[in-house]
Design a protein around this ligand. Structure first.
Ligand SMILES: [Zn+2]
Length: 372
């Protein structure tokens, strides 16, 4: 990603939409539920952890590392989360360093919607990370960039899965489905080709994200659908990037979605108060909950959200700024991760997803307080 200074010219419009936002469309998780939220534990181990270790390899588009990462993700969902659909979105592109050769950019889309919904009838929480790694320096692994975010999203998916099942079963039994606000889906997008091959420009970066956003913009649902296309369906595009180093600071750049940032910051605060987090950072990961309205709109980081944001999709960008000191160096590897921070992010993002999906409806009983 790339740090850019962009002033937003849409301030009055932005302010209006902020005031109109559904600030509390769901019930906050209880303390009891927060205590249940698992960290992923040894599955984030860098040597043999099930989620993370297999992708701590170079994952450059068009190389065997890309295929190995894809296999890891697809096998995980097919074997452990069979209720999720698996979809590929493939495109090809030329880059400034690979000449006339077409480089494959292959996004992976994992999705779970209520079983009764038709196409274009559910609102979809969308969790996103890029899985490619930078071509240079040779051997670059990109542990924070973005192997850890990918592994965290796998953990989120498997943790929420049984609650999603229970929710769907109960809604079905009570005949509650069929209204768009209640019919919530979730999808995980693992995007390819985020990194520039030579130097970050509009055309040398975000290969996978640009192709997908363009495609979705022109994929129209049937005329009587509630949403007009898959972009319209995204209730929030939550992008994770550069996470896994100690002492991260994730700011709130976008006023229209600041309410969602606050929801996550509140979860972090509550989990710290309840002693459910392991890390001991100098300050909160999400320090901007009380950010003043007048200080929005002064800069942002270019990342996979850009092609979606330009098309009106609401964005929650979880990226450490300043970037981790290992950023784009050979030191962005497993050994330089701070594991308590990784596991805390896994807890916070999982709790956020559970809360977003209104899972207090299916709060676990005491006997279910077993951690993964
Ligand atoms: Zn990067």
């Amino acid at each position: 990603m790339f740090l850019a200074r962009i002033s937003l010219l849409l301030q009055p419009l932005v302010l209006l939409s902020w005031l109109a936002s559904p600030a509390s469309a769901y019930t906050a998780l209880s303390d009891h539920f927060l205590k249940f939220v698992p960290s992923g534990g040894d599955d984030f181990d860098i040597e043999n952890g099930k989620l993370l270790a297999p992708i701590l390899i170079p994952r450059v588009p068009g190389t065997p590392g890309q295929l190995a990462a894809q296999e890891h993700f697809v096998n995980f969902f097919r074997n452990e989360l069979p209720s999720w659909s698996v979809e590929w979105f493939n495109s090809t592109g030329k880059t400034p360093v690979t000449g006339d050769r077409d480089i494959p950019f292959q996004n992976l889309l994992f999705k779970r919607e209520p079983p009764w919904v038709q196409e274009g009838q559910s609102n979809i929480l969308t969790l996103v990370a890029h899985y490619d790694s930078k071509i240079a320096p040779e051997g670059f692994i990109g542990a924070t960039d973005s192997a850890v975010p990918c592994a965290i999203l796998m953990h989120v998916a498997r943790t929420i899965d049984r609650f999603v099942t229970q929710m769907h079963d109960e809604m079905n039994a009570l005949g509650e489905g069929g209204t768009v606000p209640m019919d919530m889906g979730i999808q995980i997008l693992l995007l390819d080709g985020e990194e520039a091959f030579l130097q970050w420009t509009e055309t040398d970066s975000l290969y996978g994200a640009r192709a997908l956003a363009e495609h979705w913009e022109t994929s129209h649902f049937p005329a009587n659908s509630f949403y007009k296309n898959p972009l319209d369906q995204i209730s929030m595009f939550v992008l994770l990037d550069l996470l896994g180093s100690a002492n991260p600071t994730v700011t709130s750049p976008f006023l229209p979605t600041h309410w969602a940032y606050r929801a996550m910051a509140t979860i972090e605060q509550r989990m710290r108060q309840l002693n459910l987090l392991e890390s001991n950072p100098k300050g909160p990961f999400l320090p901007d909950a009380e950010k003043d309205i007048s200080s929005f709109g002064r800069g942002m980081v270019e990342d996979d959200h850009i092609p979606f944001m330009r098309r009106g999709v609401p964005i929650l960008h979880l990226i450490a700024t300043p970037f981790p000191s290992v950023w784009h160096t050979m030191s962005d590897d497993g050994a330089h991760l701070d594991m308590p921070t990784v596991r805390d992010w896994a807890r916070i993002v999982t709790a956020f997803a559970l809360e977003w999906l209104d899972m207090m409806e299916v709060e676990p009983k005491d006997e279910a307080l077993e951690k993964t």
